[in-house]
Design a protein around this ligand. Sequence first.
Ligand code: C2E
Ligand code: MG
Ligand code: MG
Length: 639
Amino acid sequence: MLSVRTGLIRHCGKDGEELKETPAAYFGADLKRIVSEAYNVERPNASIPIHFIRTKGGVAVIGAATIRPSSLTARVEERNLHVLVFARHLTPRLVTNLSKIYRIDGLALNSERDKKKLNVPLTDVSGRNIAFLSWPSKLPGSRSFLAVRTQLAVGCAILALFLAAIGVVGFVIIRKLREDEARSRHKALHDSLTGLSNRAALVEHLQGAVERADGSFIYLYLVDLDGFKGVNDTWGHAAGDSLLVAVAHKLRAELPPHALIARLGGDEFAIVTVGDRQLLEETDISESIQRVVSAEFALHGRLIQVGGSAGVSGAKDIDTQVGELMRTADVALYQAKDLGRGRTVIYEQALDAKRREQAILEHQLRRTLTRDGIDVHYQPLVDADSFAIRGVEALARWNSATLGTVRPDIFIPLAEKAGLIDTLGMQVIEKAVAATAQWGRIEVCVNVSPLQLQDQNFVRRVAATLDKAGFDPSRLTLEITEGVLIARPEHAHRAIDALKSLGVKIALDDFGIGYASIGALRKFGFDRMKIDKSLVSELEVDRKAPGIFQATVALANALEIPVTAEGIETNSQALIARHCGCDLLQGYLFSQPVTAEEISVQYFNVTQDSVSTDAEEFLPTSSAARSTKAVATSVDANI
Ligand code: C2E
Ligand code: MG
Ligand code: MG
């Protein structure tokens, strides 16, 4: 059996054993002609060509047939077909048998025409006589030359039938092979979990559309589920798998039948539409995608809802390169995630420039971190009554030699995305612990990213840092945002418990801008709550704001959880916050975040090199800090 496309021999056997030489050497040049006669694309039902051939083993009858699918649905590309070739030698034994069956005594196979006998020529694929079956004319079998000719024709037909029989056996084998091939092809092109196409099928589909080049427009959508990891972590992998299957089914049900839907792995899906640009744009695929991914799915006895981000890129088939289309759709997807997820972004060239900028920024941040180059500034937390300093919040600062000052709301999310947040976070903790060690017993607050809490080693590393610096754990407060409580509640609980068992305190940062409830404060055992500065800034703007603010603080206080108000910029904000029950205040009214050196000088009258006192409480001493005192006096005067 040999491949039509490559001419490669898949198998070649003789008398049940592998043929020792190449078929071309054994059969000669005629083999090629017989094979190409058998492979006739125009006539799929063409009959099997049967000829005689001279091989190294003698004269043989040879037949060849192309193996084609038996049903119209099983489409196999012409170039992937195989040709099956059978040959049987006209051995002396076979000739004797023919002689007996047809009662032609003296039947013999000769290479030349025997002029004294009756002869039937055996012709090859070119119609040349390569041998003769001859027999004596006087013998009974030769009574009628015509009759013998007919019988010989019958003999040849029997040979053909014999070949056909072998063909049937071969066909059964081949059909099985073909079914296996179809099965493995299906497997190779489909995702086993969802039954959707896989990445290979997607690429093949895109490649096909590009090669057809019939003026169609190609759109590629890449879709990523938001919060899928949370489903896996919270409800287990079985729930995650069920969600993927449910999303796949819903995509199939909601998207037009001509759309190819693929799962590329994990929670990433892709959709391809090919056709008339205007018609494609009329069917709003983006909207359907968003509807599907944000739907509620009833799985494992609960309702699960995630969301999804999508990136889309489109081009005319002749302008399309599959790799480029995938890249641009991916850039758009990245942007959709960057913009806060739950949306679809269409690729445009400006996104490339943005991505390059991000790459440069990430590279620089990586370099800065390897050189321990992130600075830490400190912002005082002051007592709401006396305005004496009670603590500081450590805030990461990045002054890049090439990029200038980069804001934390740029580089912290970047560090999270680039997997650098663990390193950055630990550097901040280490620096904060070292810098504040000699500031008496004031509290040191350090922000911790939700991703840091997911790091198995985080608690151990914090313990080691405190231990090494001889820092009292009860002076350290780690500020976490609610994101961690929602994404991985059990995990957050464990990490918080472990940190608390070290003696470290945990504060809930930025309360009021998300979904976290006062109940969460109790459930997770927070030691403190920080009201977000956006609520503070509303105090003087919105009439209802002070009431809401007061109720929030009162609820926390009822649970014996102290509250810090951040972002205090005016006297009245400080006044209201104090009256509402906040015990600590933080904001520009008191001080901007400043260097450790400035805090030391302003509040503790020491430089970082000299050793401080063990005073219980510190009051501002420098001119900047004296102005804090003045604020206190003016606030008191207003009461
Ligand atoms: P945050 O933890 O809520 O920190 C308070 C932010 O409010 C700081 O911004 C601070 O400079 C600013 N702020 C303080 N007082 C006032 C005020 O009176 N008015 C206004 N408008 N703003 C005030 P910053 O330093 O830009 O930090 C922004 C955020 O970046 C922080 O918010 C925190 O979530 C994050 N961050 C900073 N450093 C780190 C860090 O080391 N690790 C982690 N994971 N996040 C950090
Ligand atoms: Mg904070
Ligand atoms: Mg905050």
